[in-house]
Write a protein that binds this ligand. Structure first.
Ligand code: DX5
Ligand code: ZN
Length: 214
């Protein structure tokens, strides 16, 4: 079954509670955390995740676009994240391993994320313990960008690795996902679709979520 994770990046940050309620039919809620260093944009941090947790029971899929993420795993877990994704490019392998270890200790689901430049095989050292792999289909940093077709190959390769080493692991895609690109990524093996502008830009977000599920 295909899951949809609407990205709050396209919501109105002064009306988060209202905009979270608009997507309550979705499977997950995608929260983009950016530090102005790993990506050239700054969004929200721990206190906002804590406030989001208070106004919804939705599964919080928190995408950390921050340098050396191990420093903040415990804080985001305590704030109420259900799953944390750390970018493989955001630290040395020992730092990534430490971040995943902390997620395990805090009882949150574990994910790694890949920028478009990163090869599928980079997930291999971590794959057996992962709950989800996030393949970026745009350069991280901003909503509303065009889908990178070249990433379909990475999605296919990650799907093949998941089937071989950890079939229970989910495969999420993020960036430029909408009615036209959803069938392409699901055919390539993705089962969780992040969508910001395609959901919040629609007149009826619930209908947009249902359409993305296919
Ligand atoms: C971008 C973020 C995405 C973003 C996707 O760096 O990780 O989650 O919100 O936005 P759309 O769906 O508009 O491409
Ligand atoms: Zn994201």
């Amino acid at each position: 079954m295909i899951k949809v994770s609407p990205s709050l990046l396209s919501a109105d940050f002064a009306n988060l509670e209202r905009d979270i309620a608009r997507v309550s039919s979705a499977d997950y809620l995608h929260v983009d955390v950016m530090d102005g260093a790993f990506v050239p944009n700054i969004t929200i941090g721990v206190p906002v995740v804590q406030s989001i947790r208070k106004c919804t029971d939705m599964f919080l899929d928190v995408h950390l676009m921050i340098e050396k993420p191990a420093r903040y795993i415990e804080a985001f877990a305590k704030a109420g994240a259900d799953l944390l994704s750390v970018h493989l490019e955001a630290d040395h392998p020992t730092g990534i391993a430490q971040a995943l270890r902390l997620m395990g200790q805090c009882g949150v689901k574990k994910a790694v994320a890949l920028r478009p430049i990163t090869k599928a095989e980079a997930i291999l050292p971590y794959l057996p313990e992962l709950d989800l792999v996030l393949v970026m289909t745009v350069e991280p940093g901003f909503g509303g960008q065009a889908f990178m077709e070249g990433q379909l190959d990475t999605v296919r390769k990650v799907r093949a690795l998941i089937e071989q080493y950890n079939p229970a692991c989910e495969l999420e895609v993020d960036g430029g996902i909408g009615p036209k690109t959803a069938p392409l990524v699901t055919a390539a093996g993705a089962n969780v679709l992040v969508a910001g502008s395609a959901v919040y830009g629609a007149a009826d977000p619930a209908a947009a979520i249902a359409a993305l599920r296919g």
